[in-house]
Ligand binder design. Sequence first.
Ligand SMILES: Cc1cc2nc3c(=O)[nH]c(=O)nc-3n(C[C@H](O)[C@H](O)[C@H](O)COP(=O)(O)O)c2cc1C
Length: 176
Amino acid sequence: MSNNPAQEHLKHAKTDLPIHELILQRWSPRAFTDEPVTDADLKTLFTAASWAASSSNEQPWRFIVGRKGDASYEKIFNSLAEGNQKWAYEAPILFVTVAKKTFTKGGAPNGSAQHDVGAASATLSLQATAMGMHTHGMGGYDKETVRAFFGIPTDFEPIACWALGYVGSPDSLPEN
Ligand SMILES: Cc1cc2nc3c(=O)[nH]c(=O)nc-3n(C[C@H](O)[C@H](O)[C@H](O)COP(=O)(O)O)c2cc1C
């Protein structure tokens, strides 16, 4: 867990139901600190994601990961809608989820591919919460720009962009 004082901005959903602490603590911040997410953390997070359930165990999820300062981060950031760029620049990690739309064995369409990518993203988000980090999904981005930047083949579909890191203070963000 982070010792960053910005963690005072953590939220906690209120309920009388016996919902697990991890689920209560997950939320989508816009402000992130510059505390880096290590390679070991990323390995843990994406391995956790890969243990989500999937139709026929196809595991149709793919992740394109950018670390602030590298070319992939730049490409993901430049694909985001303006409203998301206003805050996502603080995130130390940006990643794109991609679905493989057909089954590897036989090539039939996989109608569960998007669902399963969502399951993997949710699994990753809870693992991130357990590690003191937060995620923020973004549907506000240009799919075709992402496809072109990364040369994503037609058999694959970009699903969402995500910001990942340690929650920061909203005071660090522009007023709008
Ligand atoms: C697939 C997906 C797309 C989203 N798109 C955006 C987005 O473009 N911009 C944004 O600020 N939040 C976006 N969100 C965040 C949601 O608005 C947020 O998860 C929802 O309001 C619930 O809040 P919480 O995650 O803090 O519980 C998205 C979330 C998901 C899962």
